[in-house]
Design a protein around this ligand. Structure first.
Ligand code: FEO
Length: 170
């Protein structure tokens, strides 16, 4: 059985993961409006990842006999100045999510909830990848700058990303 503090924190994290999906979906809309279909695909995969993260937390709360309480999702930004600023915002957001996961881990230690501590280790590892993948895109964009043909070529490369569902949903 989950204690109330942990249950509340996990419910907040479900909201944070759904907000992440919402933010990235807004970025998909931005890329679509610019006809950058490869960047749009990359970000659409990101949306699917966030939905799977939310589902993982959702399933875990249920499995532990807790109550999932869905909360209102904030409106995300809808405009960015450039492809670069979209990915700067993506990395910044992922760094924020990493700190939320770290806070959750700290709470499980304080509450002596080893099961939730173990469950969160998947997310600790996932956040390393989440930050690295956004950073890898930024590194390339730094080389390209606003050079149109470079953005065009990178758009084609970004079309190759595919969503791989996590091995388990719990
Ligand atoms: Fe669910 Fe991108 O962290």
């Amino acid at each position: 059985m989950l204690n109330k503090k942990i249950e509340e924190a996990l419910n907040s994290q479900i909201n944070a993961e759904l907000y992440s999906a919402y933010l990235y979906m807004s970025m998909v809309a931005y890329f679509e409006s610019k006809n950058l279909t490869g960047f749009s695909n990359w970000m659409q995969v990101q949306v699917q990842e966030e939905l799977s993260h939310a589902q993982k937390f959702f399933n875990y709360v249920n499995e532990r006999g807790g109550l999932v309480t869905l909360q209102a999702i904030d409106q995300p930004d809808t405009e960015w100045d450039s492809v670069q600023t979209v990915f700067d915002a993506t990395l910044e957001h992922e760094q924020k999510v990493t700190s939320l996961i770290n806070d959750l881990v700290a709470l499980t230690r304080a509450e002596n909830d080893n099961a939730t501590y173990n469950f969160l280790q998947w997310f600790v590892t996932e956040q390393v990848e989440e930050e690295a993948s956004a950073d890898a895109v930024i590194q390339k964009l730094n080389l390209i700058g606003n050079f149109g043909p470079g953005i065009f070529m990178m758009d084609q490369e970004m079309a190759n990303r595919v969503f791989t569902p996590p091995a388990t949903t719990a």
